[in-house]
Design a protein around this ligand. Structure first.
Ligand SMILES: *Cc1c(COP(=O)(O)O)cnc(C)c1O
Length: 395
């Protein structure tokens, strides 16, 4: 039985732990959103978000899940009948593809095995083959949350440039923002999509599109019907128009605190912490996989994400039991296998507000689960994580 005391270890790949500082920042009365205090807070958030996204462009805030920002990116950059190139990565690229097609945009997909990153060479050759420039945008998922694979966005940006093709590069960074670096301007990314409940450590319900000048200029010419999602009216400084309705004040209070916490720690330090936590998880998982049928879903070690680790279990065995028992018996919540991986994988989220003992605690709960259920595995995964943390700690 789950202990009623202590905290649940929230290792789902979104939502992630919300730090007390953010919870407390949100715990206040509603305010006048046209008053100087709120306007000042909103202005500061909009301008600080440019540092978070590393862009000179514009960042737009939506009171919506990541799906809303997906749609916003599409309707502001593409017209019905346009073609988009979408390298497959996993369940999230599939769902985004369905949305793209539902909006009347044709999709040319580059197939993928859900275990490896996007091959930039395939993007380059698809664009080289498109002599008439029918492809208007390349839509890519940076970290595919269903598979635990991160693709090389800088290389994809270079592939588009090498092909000499004018397609926009639009990146879903919902699971990667603030877990790995994504300097959008430097890497030639035109639009970045993100959401609040992952690396930003906030509650679900807020999402973002960051767009460079090329993308905001283009948005004036596209003829996709849109209103709520439209960037044009949101460029108006008047608060009610900027948010297309009442500002999500409490999420803005949370966002202010989130950005403060990220800047206090330092963005590079946040990335380094994620890399270290992820590596500790991988050290443990490698030991579990060293004996028995479990394996990393991501085949190539360098492509394993710093946000989430996806572990394959034997077909039609264990995965959902492992997840349910870890939650009900050891207070560790994880993600399950999605779509093609349903019932055949479990996913450990390691993004956001986490430190060494939280990671070790979660791994301990998972290893105890494997033992309790008699899942064949190599013993000593937690110890490998302890060794790694000790070896890489600074005093
Ligand atoms: C979580 C996630 C989404 C969906 O975000 P919602 O807020 O659930 O709509 C999309 N893409 C990726 C890569 C994600 O991790």
């Amino acid at each position: 039985m789950t202990s009623m005391r202590g905290r649940n270890f929230l290792q789902t790949p979104g939502p992630t732990n919300i730090p007390d500082r953010i919870l407390n920042a949100m715990h206040q009365p509603a305010v006048d959103f046209s008053g100087p205090e709120f306007i000042g807070l909103a202005n500061a958030c909009f301008s600080d978000l440019k540092k978070v996204f590393k862009t000179e462009g514009e960042v737009f805030i939506y009171t919506a899940s990541g799906h809303g920002a997906w749609e916003a990116a599409l309707v502001n950059t593409l017209s019905p009948g346009d073609t988009a190139l979408m390298p497959e990565t996993g369940r999230f690229s599939l769902v985004w593809r369905e949305m793209t097609e539902a909006l009347g945009i044709k999709v040319e997909e580059i197939p993928n095995d859900w275990r490896t990153a996007i091959d930039p060479a395939t993007v380059e050759s698809a664009l080289l083959a498109d002599k008439g420039h029918k492809i208007k945008a390349v839509l890519v998922v940076h970290t595919e949350t269903a598979t635990g694979v991160t693709s090389d966005i800088a290389a994809i940006g270079k592939a588009i440039a090498a092909a000499g093709h004018p397609a926009l590069l639009v990146v879903d960074a919902i699971a990667s923002l603030m877990t790995v670096d994504l300097p959008m301007d430097e890497w030639g990314v035109d639009v970045v999509i993100a959401a609040s409940q992952k690396g930003l450590m906030m509650p679900p319900g807020m999402s973002f599109t960051a767009a460079n000048k090329r993308a905001t200029d283009l948005s004036r010419d596209v003829v996709m019907p849109r209103e709520y999602w439209s960037w044009a009216s949101r460029l108006d400084m008047e608060s009610y128009r900027r948010f297309c309705g009442t500002a999500p004040e409490h999420l803005m209070f949370g966002l202010r605190e989130s950005i403060d916490m990220i800047f206090e720690e330092g963005m590079n330090e946040v990335f380094a912490r994620h890399a270290r936590n992820a590596q500790a998880v991988r050290e443990a998982v490698a030991v579990w996989c060293s004996d028995g049928p479990m394996e990393f879903n991501a085949i190539i070690p360098e492509q394993r994400s710093n946000s989430i680790t996806c572990i394959r279990t034997p077909e039609d065995t264990f995965a959902d039991d492992i997840r349910a028992t870890a939650r009900s018996t050891f207070n560790v919540s994880m993600g399950g296998g999605l779509a093609a991986l349903a019932g055949r994988a479990f996913r450990i989220g390691h993004m956001g507000d986490l430190n060494d003992p939280m990671v070790m605690g979660a791994l301990g709960g998972i290893e105890a689960t494997l033992q309790l259920l008699g899942v064949p595995h190599g013993k000593g995964g937690v110890m490998a994580a302890v060794d790694y943390f000790a070896k890489t700690a600074t005093r």
